[in-house]
Design a binder for this molecule. Structure first.
Ligand code: UD1
Ligand code: CA
Length: 474
């Protein structure tokens, strides 16, 4: 599960390709979104399968797509996967057959995985492959035992326990439905024999679909050996067909990631409510408070504290960073010893250098804030570059947008911006300059100057008392 794990390329993985079935709509989800893109612990469901292929060092991974193919392609484009299209979803055997052309001439073994079975451990799939090779099987599959096997294909064995066939729930007799050993839908085949057998699969009796498990009796009857690998932990074989199963899988995955983090020295005050993406990393002696969400490829250093209700996505935090309650941090970079929040929003492209403080109700976007600078309260910093040891008073706004285009604000080292100032971009505040509170700054402020961008104050001596007197008469 560790994202830093090195990729395996040695035997038996070097001659291994993978096919990931992902063309179905997922009707049982009742969704406008194709099933395999439903987020699972912050990543599209199928990404968990593809990331495993990557970690295992599989030579080539082919994703079979069909329903909302373009959407799947767009979502997964960054991963090392080639796509083949199954235009019409005629069943899992038909899905795998679509990869035949792409694997023409490949004589090695092929893993067949399912985009909706995302909880497999690397160890289980490694055991599948090594068993397949050691037993010289023509096909090897993962099975498990479930107290309630509803919805899964059941494993049929002969009286001596040897594998015979798989029967799908809808096609099974009442007696077959009582079988508790199920097909996880995860297989290893010798590629040439798989494709030869796929051409011989006939449509099923009830649903008239081409079922992948049908290749197993075909291979067996041709004299091939079929091996099985039992997943001791049935949660690894969980197939996601419904929203309830999606939630179940998410809980398993969350707990797995949190357990791994705790084992590596992270404190989770309430492990059940902490959500950490499988691709995130968190350093030792970091503390995560309840209801924290760490999403995407976020990387958090050591000795940090993330308080309750904060969400951090695709960001890098250095060491000893404090994130107070209720912050949202997206695609940002935060160096060591920074303090953020409570209720701060760091939008994409925020880059905080060391020892920066970004306080209450501050929004930052596409800006660099230099070392030791402070933006403590109620401020918007957008499209700006702040130097070192700058102090930005409460309520300051960089007016970066004139209704047509965005403009930059530059604030040089040690400048001081008085509270409630509007810095109308493009504008530059020179090194060591002071902006008087309540200013609207529309022109460059030279270094070490004081800028008053507000109306002069006029005091009328005794006028308040006079007003009170005249009003009192009436
Ligand atoms: C399948 C297995 C079943 C097993 C279960 C494990 C078959 C016939 N049945 O059932 O034995 O217990 O998985 O989870 O294989 N897909 C395509 N093209 C198609 C049809 C499906 O790409 O034409 C993809 C789906 O998108 C999905 C995967 O194949 O990712 C499995 O299909 P699904 O319909 O979910 O099969 P199950 O009914 O779960
Ligand atoms: Ca399924």
């Amino acid at each position: 599960m560790s994202p830093t794990r090195t990729v395996k390329t040695g035997p038996p993985m070097q001659d291994l390709c993978a096919i990931v079935m992902a063309a179905g709509q997922g009707t049982r989800m009742h969704s406008d979104l194709v099933k395999v893109l439903h987020p699972l612990n912050g990543l599209p469901m199928i990404s968990h399968v593809l990331e495993m292929c990557r970690r295992l060092g599989v030579k080539r991974t082919l994703g079979v797509i069909g329903y909302q193919a373009e959407r799947v392609r767009d979502a997964l484009g960054v991963l090392p996967v080639e796509f083949v299209v199954q235009a019409e979803q005629r069943g899992t055997a038909h899905a795998v057959l679509q990869a035949e052309g792409a694997l023409q001439g490949f004589e090695g073994n092929v893993l067949v995985l399912s985009g909706d079975v995302p909880l497999l451990s690397d160890a289980l799939v490694e055991r599948l492959v090594t068993t397949h090779i050691k037993t010289r099987a023509h096909a090897t599959l993962v099975t498990t035992r479930l107290a309630s096997p509803h919805g899964y294909g059941r494993i049929l064995r002969d009286p001596r326990g040897a594998f015979r066939a798989i029967v799908e729930e809808v096609e099974a007799t009442p007696a077959q439905r009582r079988v508790t050993e199920i097909n996880a839908g995860i297989y290893c085949f010798r590629a040439p024999r798989l494709f030869a057998a796929l051409h011989r699969v006939k449509p099923s009796a009830v649903k008239k679909e081409l079922y992948l498990p049908e290749v197993l009796p075909i291979l067996r009857k041709a004299g091939g050996r079929i091996a099985t690998v039992l997943a001791e932990d049935p949660r690894e074989a969980l197939g996601i067909n419904t929203r309830a199963e999606l939630a179940e899988a998410a809980a398993v995955l969350r707990r797995r990631v949190v357990d791994r983090l705790m084992a590596a020295g992270v404190t989770c005050l309430d492990p059940a409510s902490v959500h950490v993406s499988s691709l995130a990393s968190v350093g030792r002696d970091t503390t995560l408070y309840p209801n924290v969400q760490i999403e995407g490829r976020t990387c958090i250093g050591g000795g940090c504290t993330v308080h309750a209700g904060s969400r951090i996505r695709d960001s890098r935090l250095g060491n000893r960073v404090t994130v107070l309650d209720g912050c949202v941090i997206v695609e940002s970079e935060i160096a060591d010893d920074c303090a953020i929040g409570p209720y701060a929003h760091l939008r994409p492209g925020s880059h905080l250098k060391r020892k920066v403080k970004v306080g209450n109700f501050v929004e930052v976007k596409k800006s660099v804030i230099g070392e030791g600078s402070k933006v403590p309260h109620l401020t918007y910093v957008g499209d700006a570059t702040l130097g070192e040891r700058v102090n930005v008073g409460a309520g300051t706004i960089t007016c970066n947008y004139d209704g047509f285009a965005k403009h930059r604000t530059i604030i040089e080292d040690e400048a001081f911006i008085g509270s409630n100032s509007s810095l109308v971009a493009p504008v530059k505040i020179g090194r060591g300059a002071i902006v008087a509170a309540g200013s609207a700054i529309t022109q460059e402020v030279p270094p070490d100057a004081v800028a008053f961008g507000r109306a002069m104050q006029a005091n009328k001596e005794g006028r308040a008392a006079e007003i009170r007197r005249t009003r009192g008469k009436k």
